[in-house]
Write a protein that binds this ligand. Structure first.
Ligand SMILES: [Zn+2]
Length: 267
């Protein structure tokens, strides 16, 4: 059975939890989806007892700081593991060509030459186009353009074992162009910045984000089985799970998950 482990559940400027990063795992192998905004990815991997040597696939949805900067740290640590002979096989990164180019440029600036030599041989980029499918951890995995209104962004839809479907829409609201990937899926992972009552405080709609109510109504219309909320404000983390779940359940009758950092959901 697969599991989703949240490494970072906060919105872009969260300081009380880590930013967007999670894994879909099968046993000891972990497909990392977004890497958060810094070395917190390493902190949380360590807390979870996951070695970087257990991560051979990483997807980067878009080029914003809170999703991509952790990748520099992952590349640094995986590169070191490769040099020491502690990392078996190759690392595969999945992202749009523009992100690959930007990330390589950052690595050229920040990482030693000996690690850069691993690019193209042991560290491989797979440049995405809309609808491109790979087999990752033995599961059919399709990447798609989420039609973001801010910057080019990709989502991912994974066919889980037992025929279930999991879809991640990145950090912007669902757009109807993505219906093929989001409608009636078993698990939809969708951003929700704050409660409806906090709209005036955070103004999610001004920056292409959603309230919990918006997201729950969307999930109901899409008739998904379960809704997983992430990319939230971080001012009331102790109450977040209860408050967000309660609001979502007013509009959506399926299962609602509001994971905390380091929490695992069995899919
Ligand atoms: Zn974000």
């Amino acid at each position: 059975m697969e599991q989703l482990t949240a490494l970072g559940t906060g919105y872009a400027v969260a300081t009380r939890c880590y930013t967007t990063c999670f894994t879909i795992s099968d046993g000891n192998e972990h497909f990392m989806i977004d890497t958060g905004g810094g070395s917190g990815v390493l902190t949380n991997l360590e807390k979870l007892g996951i070695s970087v040597a257990q991560v051979h696939h990483i997807f980067l949805s878009h080029r914003h700081t809170d999703h991509i900067l952790g990748a520099v740290w992952m590349l640094r640590m995986i590169g070191h593991s490769m040099e020491k002979g502690q990392y078996q096989g190759q690392l595969h990164l999945y992202c749009h060509q523009s992100i690959a180019e930007g990330l390589v440029e950052m690595c050229r600036f920040m990482l030693p030459d000996r690690l850069l030599k691993l690019f193209g041989t042991q560290i491989l980029f797979h440049c995405l186009s809309d609808g491109l499918t790979f087999e990752i951890l033995g599961r059919k995995t399709t990447f798609f353009d989420t039609r973001s209104k801010k910057t080019l962004q990709y989502g991912v839809s994974i066919q889980l074992k037992k025929g279930k479907q999991f879809t991640y829409l990145g950090d912007e609201p669902y757009r109807p162009d993505c219906a093929d990937y989001a409608a009636q899926v078993d698990y939809l992972m969708h951003e929700a910045m704050c409660l409806e009552s906090q709209e005036e405080q955070y103004h999610p709609h001004r920056i292409q984000h959603s309230t919990v109510k918006d997201t729950a109504q969307c999930a109901a219309q899409l008739q998904v089985g379960s809704l997983i909320l992430h990319h939230t404000e971080d001012k009331n983390l102790a109450q977040r799970k209860a408050a967000y779940t309660a609001e979502a359940q007013q509009y959506f009758t399926g299962t609602v998950y509001v994971p905390d950092d380091l929490e695992t959901i069995m899919l």
